[in-house]
Design a protein around this ligand. Structure first.
Ligand SMILES: Cc1ncc(COP(=O)(O)O)c(C=O)c1O
Length: 394
């Protein structure tokens, strides 16, 4: 190995590289258990009524890291992957992931060529994007491009509105460069098992499939079910289920996983960076909003709102220290927050778990969601890019 003289350009470059590597020195990181992701996919697929599973890995694999999560999902038996952006699909391809990848939303028409270059499968719903894709496909020659037409069955986000289903089906059917490989839709309330709108959307989707059949179109893949649907709407699984959250071991609503054992894949760890005693009546952190009710030990944790420890957790969140839950004390800062360790015998370097288990205690993404008035999806997606992800197995 070439050596460099201390102080040379080479040695400075090397030390700069090391010191700017996120996580090189700061002991705050997310651990992702890839074996859990693979096992979750296998469990979801085993209980599904559909023969295929599409694992949703958009948004950096719900914060877990898209490429490793995708590989783990495929190892667990996923047949397809789904992303939100062409750019995400390109990243998968650049990493050598070869599985079929559905892009769940239409990009602007100008991206049709890039989408096809990356061998991604497009979702279509607008006449403009369908036409742009058809043009690109015809220009390239070769086999027709398989597309998945998205029907809006009631979510009213994106998709073909019901009054235009027939036109859209005819348009795709007539496009010389395209063929209708998939027909799909998305539930608005699958995580509320008793909601009557579930049955309405399921009926509407069947009507869409029947309409396609009446026009001579028989897509190979009909798919409707997100995690909640995958776990409890077995009559609506059609040819493929399309879970995201459950792949990562989280439940879309408490108890929805039922007998399906899901293992949360993510643990967020740190270590106390500094410990001190503060006297009763002393206030801590920005705004001096938390005052010690008694003499106590305050620990500093090197993670802050720039890392996704959102400021709304100030005086509200809890973390694990020495196998116990301890409260966040005072205002969460950009790079640090403080905890009230009370009389626990703590020292700098002690492990802090922000999300995950420590001994018999646990803090979950669902706990964070309850403290923050949001959903576990947003919690894991909100863990900042500055926090390195470390991967365990398989
Ligand atoms: C179109 C679509 N399908 C499937 C999913 C996966 O949903 P879930 O994470 O609830 O399983 C999502 C996630 O937002 C989505 O937007």
């Amino acid at each position: 190995m070439p050596t460099s003289t201390p102080g040379s350009v080479d040695s400075v470059a090397r030390s700069v590289t090391q010191s700017t590597d996120p996580g090189a020195w700061r002991p705050t990181w997310v651990e992702v258990d890839l074996g859990a992701i693979a096992a979750n996919v296998a469990a979801l697929k085993a209980q599904a009524a559909a023969p295929r599973l599409m694992a949703v890995v958009k948004a950096d694999g719900y914060g877990h890291g898209m490429v490793p999560a995708a590989r783990a999902a495929l190892a667990g038996g996923a047949d397809w992957l789904a992303v939100a952006l062409v750019e995400e699909g390109q990243t998968l391809r650049a990493a050598g992931v070869d599985a079929p990848v559905l892009v769940l939303t239409e990009p602007p028409p100008g991206a049709a060529g890039a989408l096809l270059d990356a061998r991604l499968t497009p979702t279509v719903y607008s006449p403009e994007f369908t036409a742009a894709l058809d043009r690109e496909a015809r220009d390239r020659g070769g086999a027709r491009v398989g597309v998945h037409l998205k029907l809006d069955t009631g979510m009213r986000r994106v998709g073909v509105p019901p009054a235009q289903w027939e036109d859209a089906l005819r348009r795709v059917g007539a496009a010389e460069g395209l063929h209708l490989e998939g027909l799909w839709s998305h539930f608005a309330v699958a995580d509320e098992p008793d909601h009557p709108f579930i049955a309405h959307q399921a009926r509407e989707f069947r009507r869409g499939l029947a309409l396609a059949a009446s026009l001579g179109l028989r897509p190979e893949f009909a798919h409707l079910c997100n995690s909640a649907g995958t776990l409890h709407l077995h009559d609506e699984h059609h040819d493929m289920v399309r879970p995201g959250l459950a792949v990562y071991g989280l439940e879309p609503a408490p108890g929805l996983a039922g007998a399906t054992r899901l293992r949360p894949a993510l643990t967020w760890r740190s270590q106390l960076s500094f410990v001190k005693r503060v006297a009763a009546g002393e206030a801590v952190s920005y705004g001096l909003r938390w005052t010690a009710p008694r003499e106590t030990t305050i620990g500093s944790v090197p993670a802050g709102y720039a890392d996704g420890v959102t400021r709304a957790l100030s005086d509200r969140g809890q973390v694990l220290l020495r196998g116990r839950r301890v409260p966040i004390a005072g205002t969460v800062c950009m790079d640090q927050f403080l905890v009230d360790a009370g009389e626990l015998p703590v020292a700098a370097g002690d492990e802090v778990v922000l999300i995950g288990a420590q001994g018999d205690a646990a803090v979950t993404a669902d706990d964070w969601a309850a403290w923050l008035g949001t959903i576990n999806y947003e919690v894991v997606c909100g863990i900042g890019k500055r926090v390195p992800r470390r991967y365990l197995g398989p």
